[in-house]
Design a protein. Structure first.
Length: 178
């Protein structure tokens, strides 16, 4: 803190001995020692408080950086996920189109509840049964087992289905062994 040499300390002790006197000098020296101790503790407390505040600021900056990196990572994962989902949807549409070439290409908009596509959706079939459609909005469905493997066909699509000839084998329904 202060740079005192031995000669300066000796000079201060000599002046103190002359001013205070030999009887009160030990008591004054003890009091000065206690005051210097308190001053040193106070200075060290202030230093540690300042150091803690600096560390706290550094930690807050680090926390903000980590939060920003987490947000960036989340947004990049979300964008990659949406890109993969788009690619998978395109691939699924291409597979559907290649499996059912007579169907029109799927549009991005969902078909209406009364349209024939909802009665025979490729993704909504389970166990050979058509997807559930409310009876009030659905077109009448007539069974044509030979052409669609046991699935019903809406009335407006029924004309486009070729009749099965007696020489052609019938398509097996799910659950039947051929």
């Amino acid at each position: 803190m202060f740079d005192f040499g031995f000669s300066e300390l000796l000079l201060i002790a000599l002046v103190g001995l002359i001013v205070v006197g030999p009887q009160r000098l030990p008591k004054v020296a003890r009091t000065v020692g206690h005051m210097l101790g308190r001053l040193q503790r106070y200075v060290s407390d202030v230093k540690s408080d300042i150091q803690r505040e600096m560390q706290l600021e550094d930690l807050k900056k680090l926390q903000q950086e980590v939060e920003q990196q987490a947000r960036d990572l989340e947004s990049s994962v979300r964008s990659q996920m949406s890109q993969v989902q788009t690619d998978l949807n395109k691939t699924a549409d291409e597979v559907r189109d290649s499996v059912n070439p007579d169907r029109a290409p799927a549009s991005p908009a969902q078909p209406s509840a009364g349209s024939p596509a909802t009665a025979l959706s490729a993704g909504g079939e389970e166990g050979g049964r058509p997807a559930p459609v409310s009876e009030a909005t659905a077109a009448p469905v007539f069974p044509v087992a030979d052409a669609f493997g046991g699935k019903g066909v809406p009335a407006d699509e029924r004309e486009a289905v070729p009749a099965a000839s007696p020489t052609q084998p019938s398509a097996s329904t799910p659950g039947e062994k051929t």
